[in-house]
Design a binder for this molecule. Sequence first.
Ligand code: CDT
Length: 316
Amino acid sequence: MTRSIITAAAQVGPIARADSRAQVVDRLIALLREAHARGAELVVFPELTLTTFFPRWHMTDPTEISAFFETAMPGPQTQRLFDVARDLRVGFYLGYAELAEEDGLQHRFNTSVLVDRAGKMVGKYRKIHLPGYDAPQPERTSQHLEKYYFEPGNLGFPVWRTMGAVMGMCICNDRRWPETYRVMALQGAEMILVGYNTPDDHTGNFDFDSLTGFHNQLSLQAGAYQNSAWVVATAKAGLEEGSRLIGQSMIVAPSGQVVAMATSTSDEVVVARCDLDMAALYRRTIFDLARHREPQHYGLIVERKGPVPPPEDAQP
Ligand code: CDT
């Protein structure tokens, strides 16, 4: 019997700094309803879906910063979205800025949650690979201050058996790192859900920035193929407060093929039926991790941050 989940990437166009949560949630509900009308059982929203991409600004006033964060999920502003999704029996991934209290201390994370078709919160992920800087860079024309606003996630890359599949989550920059997919694939992930906000000037070097769309696709397709998983990737897109966020929301099959892609940088839903047996086929054959993966022969994997230094006698 074929196992499949009809899945939507619900791309969100620009959100202005002045837009209220209510305005954004209205847009998300409209996208959710459209996805449902097109048969979707699972909808993936972007990273930091509920506000403009605020790490582009250096704010110092704690009250101003807190306004971009959620202390509860669902909270008073987002409960409507959860209610509509439950009534329509649609599961979803939602990215948001989380203000958490742990061990009596406040922590800020770039977070996503996974909610099943009955409205139950299945899982939470906190972004591990935070890009950018922890302080403004005066020489740069645009800022990216995720390391200033967030701590690296402390939940690892868990996977969940839900909605008839094994699913994992990651957030934006995580999608560029092979470890992200591999850690989830080693736990059996069949679907990897990711939201992103990617400005087209993010390296500050035009040689690289001109390849932003290519690198987005390359990362998602390689991650899907090398790990035999569906990858559902959703952008916040368009000209947002002077920043050009790429779109290209896409659904990638375990074959590495892109089966659906957004054509705009506005609110847009793309839908595909994700056949989970396709993930199983690759994992039984070319990427049978138990039979073909050889970690004992890879040499020492050093658990350290940054590159491994070359051997002493290496030629320059
Ligand atoms: N949000 C996010 O992670 N964006 C990064 C680009 C910014 S790097 C300064 C990304 O990897 O798409």
